[in-house]
Ligand binder design. Sequence first.
Ligand code: OOG
Ligand code: NI
Length: 451
Amino acid sequence: SVHQLVPDADHLRTRFSQAMSDMYKKEVPLYADLLSIVAEVDDKVSREKLPSRHRIERHGAIRLGTAQELRTIARLFALFNMHPVGYYDLSVVGFPLHATAFRPLTSSALANNPFRVFTSLLRLDLLPQSTRILAEKTLSRRNIFSDRLLELLKKAEFHGLLVDDQDELLTEAMKVFRWHSTATVSHETYTEMNAVHPMIADIVSFPSAHINHLTPRTLDIDMVQEIMIRRDMPAKERIEGPPRRNCGVLLRQTSFKALEEQVWFIDSGGNARDDYHTARFGEVEQRGAAVTDKGRELYDSLLAKTNALAKQKKANEEEYQHILRVVFTEYPDTWLELHTQGLVFFEYRLTGKRPSTTEYKDTQKLSDLLEEGIVEYEPIVYEDFLPISAAGIFTSNLRGFSNKEIQNSQGNRLLLEESLGAKIQEPISLYEKMQEESLEECRKGLGLALI
Ligand code: OOG
Ligand code: NI
């Protein structure tokens, strides 16, 4: 009927991520090339049937200028079942930004399609006063959302989203993320903001919140990197994150460098002039297991140790990779070890084998159930981001630009939550919950009071 509600936000999210991908393929043809390399590599290396989410799995990134924009984006993403998770302080790498990632929260939504959008907000509070005033004034004049999109949002929030409105909602949403090559500021203003930090110019100078990259997930990032280099794509030299391992943890990522795109400026006299803007790039990722606090501490300390050694030895890229591999031998690399030491989050499930004893107690130790083969486990995928890796990718796109004042400031989670008008969820709590819920299912299945 005409007034039917969209039954499934997960399906709408898949349509949204597909529409983003189709648009970005047209805007950045190298991204389409990267997708075919990833498909080629994954076909070659996959021995088992891939989970259905794999081929469609991606993340994207956008950068916003104001709290108002962030709040409206949050309302839009909520219709796709994507919610803010994790606080990322990008001032640690000298960027006047902080961020959260909008993504699905539950095991079943993630299994359908884990599409995530890393969403940064400009930190006006970190800018020199004159730049801040300039940015604020420019941003106050722009509206990245069409009137129709705002209308559809309001309507959907009131009644739920109607099946008849979903195509138009997606069309209007795409306009928010599309690239525009004509700036809304003069060339002088652009240059002024660029000199304080290129991110300010990227965010403030254009009329939309253009996606700056879209990232497919691969099973073998080393092979993708090799093929990118062989095909003369402007690939970044280093794969960020942990080294290649049997049991992947967290996230490994690499990228091809930002394109130099011609953009146009209209000055106050009405004259047009052009320049080149570098912001949009391509990225590929390989995801591993979500780690516990203990697992994260170990990762952070081994990465710090690697970087200190590499610096001390003035290591080139090859030597760096060697140091990384050697240092990371300290990170257990079997699922059994990672489980025993509590370094990784797991989902538990019943194998189907039933307990042999008739007098089965109310309480069973998990270790016994595992040993008897009644329960088995599988690592939970890391669904979030690593700001230090992002830093590596950022820096490769800025040709060494750095702003020390911004780098010396601090994260402000409360400020981001205030801008968003909502709390940001903690990734670790979500993984804990997934793990707990899987144990609970096992408990119910075995009719136990406690595991
Ligand atoms: C965000 C970069 C963060 C990642 O993969 O770590 C990110 C940005 O470029 O605005 O996407
Ligand atoms: Ni990314």
